[in-house]
Design a protein around this ligand. Sequence first.
Ligand code: C2E
Ligand code: MG
Ligand code: MG
Length: 616
Amino acid sequence: MSLTLPGRLAAVLPEGRVLPDDVWRRRHRIVLSVSAAQALGLGILALALGEGTLAATLEAAAVAYPLAFALLPGAGRTLRAAAATLSLLTASVLLVYLMEGQTEAHFHFFVVIGLVSLYQDWVPFGIALLVVIAHHGVLGTLVPHSVFGHGAAHDAPWTWAGIHAGFVLAASLAHLAAWRLNEQQGLRDPLTGLANRTLLMETTDRLLTRSSAEVSMLFLDLDDFKDVNDSRGHAAGDQLLTGIARRLSGCLRPGDQVARIGGDEFAVVVAGGPEVATAVGQRMLVALADPMVIDGRPLMPHVSIGAAGTTTAPERDAGVLLRNADLAMYMAKALGKNRLVHYADGMAQAAEEKARLLEDLAGAVAGEQLRVHYQPTIVLTDGSTTGYEALLRWQHPERGLVPPVEFIPLAEEGGLIVEIGRWVLEHAARQAVVWSAEAGRPIGMAVNLSPKQLADDDVVATVSQVLEETGLPACQLTLEVTEGVLVRDVDLVADQLQALRRLGVRIAIDDFGTGYSSLSYLRRLPADIIKIDRSFVQDLDSGGSSTTLVASIIELARSLRLEVVAEGVETAEQRAVLGELACSHAQGFLFGRPQPAPEHSVESAPALAPAPLVSH
Ligand code: C2E
Ligand code: MG
Ligand code: MG
């Protein structure tokens, strides 16, 4: 894109941004101290060079008096900066005069230009340039010996005024370049080079005030970025962020702006309504869908995107757009991440509600509000119970029973899952020991592990501690991880699972078929059991396409010597089809609902007796 001359100038010249108040005041104090020191120094120099006391005092006063304006508390920045500049320049002019125009005395002007550029303000800068030219030209003509130290300049003062002005201008340009750079550094994210929050908000303000057209904001938060940092290190995390920044930039239209506004948070402002925001957001989801190779290993960066526009905002305000987009992003996370959600009324209340629930959850463990329910797993051929799956429940004092899909993601986000997970593990393990003793045979226990728990460095130590404390033999414990967690970083997860397996526990891949992993993943995973997701099982009795899929999963599992559990079996028809497909194990309401421990009587349902079938 070629720029016009004004455009090019605008690109290199400073934009004249306002310095933050504290920075401006600090710089102003420096300039004032230099000015005051110069007033004193010049008075002393004048006396030393043989000027009378009165003349020396007047000269010092000429430098010092503009400082009165510079110190004036009610005066604006520009007036105070201009006054300080005049004081500095008066010192330059007097120094040149006292040294009878000697060239070395002129160096002082360069020092002044440098000092004045600290204000990052066009007014003092302009004053400095004008005074240099006027002093050299006008005074150079009237009293050439007080301005120039050599004959050539005495004869042609305007020519030499021009030459000096040229040098001063050149020095100024260097300062302008530094000024521009300074401005840019304050507005860019140093890692990715993208705009920062300040620049994004400025751009948004500009778009909002320029016309009444629609403006939209997208808020992006990387999914599980902390896991990348924890598992691959911060250098890999940084590489991922820069890679993502590049891909996001590639999705923009001219005029849109993407900014990095936090560790793993990005925001994009677009000129346009919801359709435009959707198009840009979808492009971003697609752009990030390809794995990124970092240190020779692939990483799949996923992102949750919230979009909000002026149509759904009560006022045209950049802060409101960003906050609404942020709320929508939270909804995208809650709905399963890696998606785009538009802001809608009520999301603010939902967010408040969620925050309250999270607060309550923090007290749930201590307040003994958590319960574990147990659902049996049976052998399909004879209906005998081989073990149970522990399923967490929260008995909220006001809301009643809160289902795990509502609070487990919350516990993950709020960092409570590790503590809660350990609590479940302990309870379930103790229960398995009790039941095994009652039944006189080993009763298996399956416990769900969330992605955060699996990523926790201490997970192996925790599991082994719990086994030791409760006395449950490791081979009776199964840890269930959902398939989704495996897709993200299969190597890392495989290492962790391998370490768990070395303890002697079994690993089940839960909700198999929903995580979009290719079946070939299975070969690389240290797993013992596959649990076919309920959605495929439920489709079985209608003769849907799931039958073929379930058949091939069972076939694959057999070739890999994995046990198969069909989840969510509700009807006798589903059970019959699974039997025909030679599925070994099953779980579901047909065989038993999740219930508190006392409701299950292991003694009265011994291992080899078929469990009664309950029809629905
Ligand atoms: P999951 O591990 O796949 O558990 C199976 C879910 O399906 C359970 O839901 C269970 O009640 C339900 N279910 C079992 N049989 C049937 C059936 O025949 N029909 C229908 N419609 N549903 C059936 P629940 O208890 O609501 O748990 C949901 C998910 O929450 C679990 O899915 C698991 O991923 C998670 N979860 C539960 N407890 C824990 C826990 O202690 N820790 C972690 N990290 N996650 C847990
Ligand atoms: Mg499970
Ligand atoms: Mg499941």
